[in-house]
Design a protein around this ligand. Structure first.
Ligand code: ME8
Length: 517
């Protein structure tokens, strides 16, 4: 069986999960579920990033040990994911022994390859981003507050950077510049979307400097093997999670490696698309097939921030909305890769027009008519007309096109395509007017039309399972008249047209997406 490995970033434990973390994880879950339905052997990984100066400082501010803070926040993530129907196969913590072993083995491999040397780092550091900046980079980016080089800020997060001066190990990043450029050029799908690929390419082409990869002025991290006063740079530590979770270094060539896709936000593109591939090249390990950097959410037009107190907390959202509705909205509202704005008005509009009026209505009216005119029992299909054949052709085209969209992580287009199918279904109802057929006593045609409607609904629900696993199992239970599990289906076994048999009983419909006022 072909394997498929999808990852999310591992989230920092300095703060609680919010809408942004939820977004990437839902997107990864939708991919994982779609690939499982496609018959792939999927490994879906998420987890938390516990080390580094930022987490240490957050713990100090609360007067607790970093591991205590990590334990508290990990609990938040681990209880949230099931509520959002996240079907991850593993959850990695960077404080775990299996991970530390992976990081130290990675260090040794880089060292043995001659890619690490000791020197002195004297430049700037952004703690919130856990990123190094040179004075020249900061000046070029206009990041001087008050024109005084003692008060610089980070070009990415705009917060104050600090000057550090300490002995440090360095990774020979500069040695990989040409190979990186070559790899990115030779593999157009390696970094997505295309705008991000161009951004990375010009960053790499403008010249890479060696990277400081250890710190000595705090201790919360994985010690450098053989020189324990240094802790390994938190990004070297964190990126290695994608391998340590698979059993590296015990597994030299872990089963699911290389990853099919690392889903990340655009904020951490450089770490994933420059540092990580260079590390893997140095360690002589295969590179991930794809890195997809999605866009940034604002809330009601504003940047989410602690100080504004507007960071949307998943627990509060879940009190108001079903997980499936949130999953649908987040992936439908914004083309994956672009920035987006979360607004409650937009959520309600999309819900009412696409879920209540379109899918919900098609389900409800079809099963109601089946119940009313046929006691809920499907009849045999008489001779098919042109409009019936067009409907079937459209379903088959939808299945192919959705698969293609999902291979490109174009979630919004996949949903758009499924919705077009649903609208076709609703037009088919209007065009064939089953109520008139019933009145005329045209049983043969009535049975044919009702059969086509129920088959459409079944095949639409199958495509929507990855997006709304809860609602779609309810929908399929109504159609199949039995309790079902989201993971019992597959596209190959269940995706064909005409699998429902004459005589099959459907349930009386229960509203799946009642209108929101
Ligand atoms: O960066 N919009 O962790 P982190 C969209 N530990 N996505 C958002 C978002 C927003 N407003 N806010 C956060 C780290 N995200 C590192 C990663 S990986 C080896 C180490 C999502 O807790 C998005 O996926 O800061 C972003 O990349 C990630 O959360 C950053 O999470």
């Amino acid at each position: 069986m072909e394997s498929y490995y999808v990852t999310t970033p591992i989230y920092y434990v300095n703060d609680e999960p919010h809408l942004g973390h939820m977004y990437t994880t839902i997107a990864a879950d939708v991919l994982a579920r779609h690939q499982r339905l496609s018959g792939r052997d999927v490994f879906f990984l998420t987890g938390v990033d516990e080390h580094g100066q930022k987490v240490q400082q957050a713990a100090e501010a609360r007067g607790i040990q970093p591991i205590e803070l990590a334990d508290q926040v990990v609990e938040r993530y681990q209880s949230l994911w099931p509520e959002l129907e996240i079907s991850n196969d593993d959850f990695i913590r960077t404080s775990s022994e299996r991970h530390k072993a992976g990081v130290q083995a990675m260090w040794r491999r880089l060292e043995n390859a001659g890619s690490i040397y000791k020197d002195f780092y004297e430049d700037w550091y952004c703690v919130p981003c856990e990123a190094y900046w040179t004075e020249t980079q900061l000046k070029d980016a206009g990041c001087l507050e008050s024109g005084d080089s003692d008060s610089m800020h980070c070009p990415d997060c705009k917060r104050a950077v600090e000057k550090i001066q300490e002995e440090s190990y360095f990774f020979r990043l500069s040695a990989f510049q040409d190979r990186l450029v070559e790899h990115i050029k030779a593999n157009p799908d390696f970094i997505a979307p295309a705008s991000r690929r161009n951004e990375v390419l010009s960053f790499v082409e403008s010249g890479l400097r060696d990277l400081s990869i250890s710190r000595t002025t705090f201790s919360w991290g994985v010690p450098v093997p053989g020189d324990e006063k240094h802790v390994i740079y938190v990004w070297i530590d964190a990126l290695t999670n994608y391998l340590s979770a698979l059993g590296f270094p015990e597994q030299e060539e872990p089963k699911y490696w290389p990853a099919d896709v690392h889903l990340i936000g655009k904020d951490i593109l450089r770490f994933h698309a420059v540092y990580w591939p260079a590390m893997l090249m140095a360690a002589d390990l295969p590179l991930p097939k794809r890195i997809y950097a999605h866009g940034w959410w604002t809330v009601e037009g504003e940047k989410m921030s602690k100080s504004k107190g507007n960071a949307l907390r998943p627990a509060e959202l879940l009190e108001q909305y079903d997980a499936d509705i949130l999953r649908y909205f987040l992936l439908r509202e914004v083309p994956f890769g672009q920035d987006g704005d979360f607004s409650f008005t937009a959520l309600k509009q999309r819900y009412n027009s696409e879920l209540a009026n379109d899918v919900g209505n098609l389900l409800n009216r079809s099963l109601s008519m089946l119940k009313k005119y046929r006691g809920g029992v499907l009849g045999t299909v008489a001779e098919e007309q042109e409009c019936d054949r067009a409907l079937i052709a459209d379903v088959e085209a939808m299945q192919r096109e959705v698969a293609d969209c999902m291979d490109r992580q174009a979630f919004h287009l996949a949903l758009d395509r499924i919705n077009a199918m649903v609208r076709h279904g609703n037009r088919y109802v209007e065009d064939n007017a089953p109520w008139a057929l019933a009145k005329q006593g045209n049983d043969a045609r009535l049975d044919t039309v009702l059969y086509h409607l129920v088959e459409i609904l079944r095949l639409v629900a199958l495509q929507l399972i990855p997006f709304m696993p809860g609602k779609m199992t309810e929908m399929l239970s109504q159609i199949l008249d039995r309790p079902v599990q989201a993971d019992e289906f597959s596209f190959s076994a269940d995706g064909g047209w005409g699998l429902l048999e004459a005589g099959h009983q459907c349930r009386k419909p229960e509203p799946l997406f009642p209108r929101m006022d």
